[in-house]
Design a protein around this ligand. Structure first.
Ligand code: HPA
Length: 277
């Protein structure tokens, strides 16, 4: 048997024994900007990644890595508090492992959040962007023998971000009076931020924002037929050397925290509207 399949079966059996019969309808990746959402999950069961067979030990001290399963707006959800990034040196199979475990548990929807830098000149720091589509510049997580039980060898990516879910999120945002930008996300490896020339290259390529995650997780979700919704916080904007501005991690974390309240409101309202399909 494919070793990856064994890891997935062991990890999902372990997690499901913890969940005690709970059946999450949606998986939520709490990237920068959605940290607060964890506090809205009622009756939470928290399972640290390090306890799960096949999951690597956390690299950084203080770095959160937990599954949180509980109820939100009357719906059972499972959230990833922390994700594995390619730039941390993990192989792609590890980067997508938590998402695949949630898929094995039976989620129907994946809600993804992240922080990103904007190339679109109409975007500002603190804006939220609904992801319409992506350009994946990270290694494709489906490279290697196909896991046929999860999905096809050559999965379609035409509607990577579900159109109906986007419409629903737009109407929720309108109702709550929270402005939403829409655009295209490009992923790159990081961990260095972009040079001005790279930001310009990505802009001309057709992308509105850039980040270091999201696309691998979305690709494996679509491979398995899961419907995806993605949203980013714009934490910084493309700039020239003369602007006297530098991309700074602390500033990015600060901006993501500032936007957290409105993103959390949007997501909790969205989750309550979900139905099993
Ligand atoms: N580039 C890449 N990743 C990011 C950025 C950025 O400007 N901002 C937040 N994540």
């Amino acid at each position: 048997m494919d070793k990856r399949w064994e890891v997935l079966e062991d990890a999902s059996a372990f997690l499901s024994s913890w969940l005690d019969g709970r059946k999450p309808i949606a998986g939520i990746i709490l990237g920068s900007g959605l940290g607060q959402l964890a506090e809205q999950i009622e009756d939470p069961i928290i399972v640290p990644y390090v306890r799960i067979p096949g999951f690597p030990a956390a690299t950084a001290i203080g770095h959160k890595g937990n599954f949180i399963c509980g109820s939100m707006g009357g719906k059972c959800v499972i959230a990833m508090q922390g994700r594995y990034h390619y730039y941390e040196g993990y192989p792609m199979d590890t980067v997508v492992l938590p998402v695949r475990v949630m898929i094995m548990l039976g989620i129907k929807y994946l809600l993804v959040s992240n922080a990103a830098g904007a190339m679109n000149k109409d975007f500002h720091i603190g804006d939220l962007m609904l992801i319409r589509d992506h350009i994946n510049l990270l290694p494709n997580p489906l490279i290697g023998p196909n896991l046929d039980r999860l999905g096809p060898r050559f999965p379609d990516m035409t509607c990577a971000y579900d159109t109906e879910l986007q419409e629903r999120m737009l109407s929720i945002a309108k109702r709550l009076g929270i402005p939403l930008q829409r655009g295209i996300y490009v992923s790159c490896t990081g961990p260095s931020y972009e040079t001005p020339a790279e930001y310009e290259f990505y802009r001309r390529m057709g992308a509105d924002e850039v980040g270091m995650s999201v696309t691998p997780e979305v690709i494996v979700a679509r491979h398995a037929g899961i419907k995806v919704l993605g949203m980013s916080v714009i934490t910084d904007v493309a700039h020239e050397a003369e602007d006297g501005y530098v991309t700074d991690e602390n500033e990015i974390v600060k901006q993501a925290d500032l936007a957290s309240r409105k993103m959390t409101r949007l997501f909790s309202s969205f989750v309550s509207s979900l139905k099993f399909i």
